[in-house]
Design a protein around this ligand. Structure first.
Ligand code: GDP
Ligand code: MG
Length: 168
């Protein structure tokens, strides 16, 4: 039986919760001060989607996104993308458009989900719900609101992407 393996890149400004999301999904943990393990490019998790076994490889950055210095190797061969911003970081929301272009430049059109993370902090939101919907529509992507901290909707992000990739 053929095994499907998908490289997924997780992009967005520093601090939005990308590393935490990968840790949460692949290891089932949430820590306040996650520091990237040196030498590990990605974590993986296997799931069953639409009757198929899919191995998801979630690629993390070592913080280069803050310096706009993500290498081509990071994007190479990526088949799906999570584009994340934070409920409490306006800049991260406004950067979403340029992240989308960057991924398109490196990978072409690949299935992408826009993730609004940290919805456990909705009482401190700096992005109103309509704006988030409009952004997703403008970028032609599904919007999923998550809390990595509370483990809300994280699995749904990766199920959706895997399902989209299998359908292609
Ligand atoms: P990255 O720079 O995008 O990789 O972000 P990190 O994963 O390092 O997370 C940045 C900070 O946000 C850390 O202190 C995390 O614990 C915190 N964080 C991540 N996800 C959530 C969430 O859903 N809710 C809250 N309240 N904090 C979060
Ligand atoms: Mg990180």
């Amino acid at each position: 039986e053929l095994e499907v393996a998908l490289k997924v890149v997780i992009v967005g400004n520093g601090g939005v919760g990308k590393s935490s999301m990968i840790q949460r999904y692949c290891k089932g943990v949430f820590t306040k001060d996650y520091k990237k393990t040196i030498g590990v490019d990605f974590l993986e998790r296997q799931i069953e989607v639409d009757g198929e076994e899919v191995r998801l490889m979630l690629w993390d950055t070592a913080g280069q996104e803050e310096f706009d210095a993500i290498t081509k190797a990071y994007y190479r061969g990526a088949q799906a993308c999570v584009l994340a911003f934070s409920t409490t970081d306006r800049d991260s929301f406004e950067a979403a458009h340029s992240w989308k272009l960057k991924v398109e430049n490196e990978c072409g059109e690949i299935p992408t989900v826009i993730v609004q993370n940290k919805i456990d902090l909705m009482d401190q939101t700096v992005v109103n719900p309509e704006e988030a919907e409009l952004l997703a529509r403008a970028l032609g992507c599904k919007l999923i609101r998550t809390s990595v901290k509370e483990d809300l909707n994280v699995a749904a992000v990766f199920r959706h992407l895997a399902s989209r990739c299998l359908a292609e």
